[in-house]
Design a protein around this ligand. Structure first.
Ligand SMILES: Nc1nc2c(ncn2[C@@H]2O[C@H](COP(=O)(O)OP(=O)(O)OP(=O)(O)O)[C@@H](O)[C@H]2O)c(=O)[nH]1
Ligand SMILES: [Mg+2]
Length: 201
């Protein structure tokens, strides 16, 4: 008897959005390769693929790292259309980037036409606490108003980087299974497997 072929892992399409220079690429590269890039090189659009084990199931993540620079604003609609979940990033040191999250959110809701699209608000550069210019309460208030989770990350120290991606992917999985949104997941860290697969749970 021939063996049944293994089912292909579920594919989740994540889009990184946010103003230029907030750390979208730095977060992506930390998550993908465990490295921090000090130099700032504005992105046009880069895509990445990684397998992770989430709650015992292997899933595949496609990450599209988009351009924050305004020169590329016109092509965002097309990128957003293909997204199933969004990491909306700002820098806690730059109020303008926090203000811009409002526009990104509106654009995503307009393009996706779905209020419940998996979405995470991410305050990056948490290592620069002494340069903080966006109060934590304002960040939490915005996330509460949108009914989305809020996470502070540092692409430099890797703080909460896995957690941010994990929370979003878990939300995407739940939505694909037709489950209601998770209350407030705060998963414990487990040891990571060897690349290209990593365990998130
Ligand atoms: N201290 C600190 N610096 C960071 C952090 N994340 C990113 N940076 C720095 O901020 C600069 C911009 O980071 P990028 O990741 O390139 O920003 P981006 O959001 O991808 O920018 P665009 O591609 O133009 O949209 C770089 O010099 C990074 O090294 C962080 O968490 N902490
Ligand atoms: Mg970039």
């Amino acid at each position: 008897m021939s063996k049944k072929p293994a089912a292909a892992p579920t594919l989740h399409k994540v889009i990184m959005v946010g103003s230029g220079g907030v750390g979208k690429s730095a977060l992506t590269l930390q998550f993908m390769y465990d490295e921090f890039v000090e130099d700032y090189e504005p992105t046009k659009a880069d895509s990445y693929r990684k397998k992770v084990v989430l709650d015992g199931e292997e899933v595949q993540i496609d990450i599209l790292d988009t351009a924050g620079q305004e020169d590329y604003a016109a092509i965002r609609d097309n990128y957003f259309r293909s997204g199933e979940g969004f990491l909306c990033v700002f820098s806690i040191t730059e109020p303008e980037s926090f203000d811009a999250t409002q526009e990104f959110r509106e654009q995503i809701l307009r393009v996706k036409n779905d209020e419940n699209i998996p979405f995470l608000l991410v305050g990056n550069k948490s290592d620069l606490a002494d340069k903080r210019r966006v109060p934590l309460e304002a960040c939490r208030d915005r996330a509460r108003a949108w009914a989305v989770p809020y996470v502070e990350t540092s692409a430099k120290t890797r703080d909460n980087v896995d957690k941010a991606f994990l929370m979003l992917i878990r939300e995407m999985s739940r939505q694909k299974l037709g489950l209601p949104p998770a209350p407030s997941p705060a998963p414990a860290r487990r040891p990571r497997c060897a690349p290209p697969c990593c365990c998130l749970s």
